[in-house]
Design a binder for this molecule. Structure first.
Ligand SMILES: Cc1ncc(COP(=O)(O)O)c(C=O)c1O
Length: 396
């Protein structure tokens, strides 16, 4: 017999990164002074890799709501939603989310990953799942856990989606899986295309709005609202770890589907519920998202400044207007050198390597939030320009 642990080795490429002093993962944040900055390695740097788009994680109202709930209800619920772990707070949040997202009902779970995993109860043996190649790992994991067949289409390629839908056997059910705003590139799903094809073929649409709920659309309801196509999305998942500034997730959709998930989704049934502090913070965040559209305007204007600045530096940035962009770097070592260079310049970005990105891509992911001033965005751009002069990224 071989030792099953013999596979537990880090990729060789990671050794090269460590040897070059540019290993970029698990870097501890020591302080969060706010204002778009964090302290790492004893130095204040600009945070340009956070999904806290509306800068709510630092909002005193969320902190107070969380602290009050923690004191009143405790640090955790010690049980699953189905048994002893449901709070009236969870139910209140579910009602508000369902109204906000324009669905009949919602189910709150403990992370966005878990919200997507919970969807696997929808994926039966007779179903065919058609997933965008850039769909998040948690959607793909949900698909793999279920008994449905998984077929992937090239990113936003409506021609290939049409072919795959045409090939679905008449006795099978078809579900399209996509993100509303894609997490890596920050581009939007071609929802008009998806909606048209799904309607033509009688397919259901499941959309992960982890990045767009709270950010896009006039009311902040996400990519579906942005496209004016809310009714085209049958089931939507969201996370509270991005625009909501805390932790947790939810699935929203028709009442009978959500009730079914409450009783059949193993990811939801067999895991402890969202702690009081996060639940109260998410509910407070939802109120702020509804009442303060200026936060969306602030982050989208910082996004515009970042994007146009990167284009001026010669990077090919796809249209989209969202706060997240990725720069292609060729290989992992170049990418991590670029990351380390940015950090030296006082900017903390994200490195995206497989399996976070498809194929062998190596990307620097930059994002801005409502806390970033125009001057800070310009500092990010100046850092990118300075590092690009030493470490050659791919620009076209
Ligand atoms: C598109 C997408 N879906 C789901 C998740 C999971 O969310 P969470 O971090 O709340 O578990 C993420 C987080 O990275 C994401 O980017």
């Amino acid at each position: 017999m071989t030792d099953p642990f013999s596979k537990c080795r880090l990729p060789e490429e990671f050794e090269a990164l460590a040897a070059a002093g540019v290993y970029p993962f698990y870097l501890p944040v020591e302080e969060r002074p706010g204002g778009g900055e964090v302290v790492v390695r004893g130095r204040r740097v600009l945070m340009a890799g956070s999904n806290d788009y509306l800068a709510l994680s630092d909002d005193p109202r969320l902190k107070e709501a969380g602290e009050r709930a923690l004191r009143r209800l405790g640090a955790g619920n010690s049980g699953s939603r189905a048994l002893n772990g449901t709070l009236a707070l969870h139910q209140g949040l579910e009602e508000e989310l369902a109204i906000f997202l324009d669905h009949e009902a919602a189910m709150v779970v403990s992370t966005g990953y878990q919200a997507n995993l919970a969807l696997n109860a929808l994926f039966g043996p007779g179903d065919v799942l058609l997933a965008d190649r850039h769909a998040h790992a948690s959607l793909i994991d949900a698909a793999r856990l279920g008994q449905a067949q998984l077929r992937r289409y090239r990113h936003n390629d409506m021609g290939q989606l049409a072919e795959l839908l045409e090939a679905v056997e008449p006795e099978s059910g078809a579900i399209v899986l996509t993100e509303g705003m894609f997490s890596v590139g920050g581009d939007l799903c071609d929802l008009p295309g998806v909606a048209k094809l799904a309607a033509r073929h009688g397919a259901r649409v499941v959309m992960d709005s982890a990045h767009d709920a709270g950010l896009l659309g006039a009311g902040g309801r996400g990519a579906a609202e942005h496209h004016g196509l809310q009714s085209a999305v049958d089931v939507q998942s969201v996370t509270f770890s991005k625009c909501f500034g805390t932790l947790g997730g939810a699935v929203a959709g028709p009442r009978h589907v959500i009730d079914y998930l409450r009783h059949s989704s193993r990811a939801a049934l067999f895991s402890a519920s969202l702690p009081p502090a996060c639940t109260a913070a998410a509910l407070t965040a939802l109120g702020i998202i509804r009442g303060e559209p200026e936060r969306r305007r602030a982050v989208l204007s910082a996004a515009e400044r970042l994007r146009s600045g990167l284009v001026a530096l010669g990077f090919a940035i796809p249209a989209g207007g969202t706060p997240t962009v990725s720069l292609r770097m060729g290989d992992a070592l170049t990418c991590c050198r670029f990351w380390a260079g940015l950090l030296e310049e006082g900017v903390l970005a994200n490195v995206m390597l497989p399996p976070a990105v498809p194929g062998r891509a190596a990307l620097i992911r930059l994002s801005v939030t409502a806390a970033h001033t125009g001057g800070q965005v310009d500092r990010i751009l100046a850092a990118v320009a300075a590092v690009a002069a030493r470490v050659a990224p791919i620009k076209d």
